[in-house]
Design a protein around this ligand. Structure first.
Ligand SMILES: C[S@@+](CC[C@H](N)C(=O)[O-])C[C@H]1O[C@@H](n2cnc3c(N)ncnc32)[C@H](O)[C@@H]1O
Length: 294
């Protein structure tokens, strides 16, 4: 046991792709005694802390999701035991991440804490898919809101905001969101981009319109987690790349090569073969069908 107090570091893990981890996050992981993580964090990132005890609070036997109070008390307990604790959270801890509740609990218990912000789905997932939420001469702002916990009146309000809208946790509310935006005067053919499971082997990027959104996301469970951007398209320069939408199945070590980076620059998405082999897209490729994003 350590003689000094422990420290709890809330670390944003980014949206899944280890390339989007910060150097600060990497350092914190390498020094951690304990990593308390949720189910959005990918195994490649957890592998960066091989010395740490992992506590998966997405899978504790307290029901489908661990109660926030239970997570808070785990953090307080581990920190009070003098351990160097990393609380690893998907994306950024303060963007729909309940980070405020965790630091409040640590503050109340007198456990020292710090926060290392992370790349959020907003820029990490949408940006990697070629969606620029601002562009000079096009728009100087955008709205961001959560579909979870919001109702028709909230959507009607968000629809009034100028510029594009980015929606977290909106898959299950897609029909209500589309309705509210069209009722507010946004055209039925307003472009919409949906990125599901961004950064992972099973990422899907879909381009549709406001009118088409409810049908696209009708099978909501198949699209979770996803981020939705209304009123903005994937940049033409992205779509025009010769391998846009193609998946390059590769052996794991090839993914870190210059050749893989070149494939990425041409628009392809290299994916570790063993990781995605069971995915419907992989099966389609194996069956000789040309792969493209939906
Ligand atoms: C509880 S919020 C957490 C957000 C996280 N703190 C962040 O900064 O991205 C979960 C929502 O984030 C979005 N999200 C998280 N990871 C994602 C991913 N890999 N691809 C697409 N959307 C993602 C989805 O909208 C999902 O419903």
């Amino acid at each position: 046991m350590h003689e000094h107090n422990g420290v709890v570091t809330l670390v944003g893990a980014g949206p899944g792709d280890p390339d989007l981890l910060t150097v600060g996050a990497l350092r914190a992981l390498q020094r951690a005694d304990v990593v308390v993580h949720d189910h959005l964090v990918c195994p490649d990132i957890l592998a960066l802390a091989p010395q740490a005890t992992l506590i998966d609070v997405g899978k504790l036997p307290f029901g489908e999701r661990t109660e926030q109070e239970t997570i808070n008390s785990i953090l307080v307990r581990e920190g009070s035991l003098g351990r160097n604790v990393v609380r690893l959270k998907g994306g950024d801890p303060f963007l729909f991440g309940r980070g405020t509740e965790e630091i409040q609990a640590l503050h109340q218990a007198g456990v020292p804490f710090r926060v290392i912000p992370g790349v959020s789905s907003l820029n990490g997932v949408l940006g990697a898919a070629g969606v620029a939420v601002t562009a000079r001469g096009r728009n100087r702002g955008f709205a961001v809101f959560s579909g979870a916990g919001s109702g028709d009146a909230d959507f009607a309000q968000w629809a009034q905001a100028p510029g594009p809208a980015v929606i977290y946790m909106g898959v299950h509310k897609a029909a209500a969101i589309a309705r509210a935006f069209m009722a507010a005067g946004r055209a039925a053919d307003t472009p919409v981009v949906v990125v599901a499971r961004g950064g992972g082997a099973n990422e899907v990027i879909a381009e549709t319109t406001l009118a088409g959104l409810p049908a696209l996301l009708a099978d909501a469970a198949a699209w979770t987690p996803a981020i939705i951007a209304i009123g903005v398209e994937r940049e033409h320069a992205f779509r025009a790349r010769p391998l846009d939408g193609k998946i390059a199945w590769a052996a794991g070590d090839w993914l870190n090569s210059e050749a893989a980076d070149y494939a990425r620059a041409l628009g392809a998405r290299p994916v570790r073969l063993e990781e995605g082999a069971q995915h419907p897209l992989a099966r389609a490729v194996n069956a000789g069908v040309k792969a493209s994003r939906t």
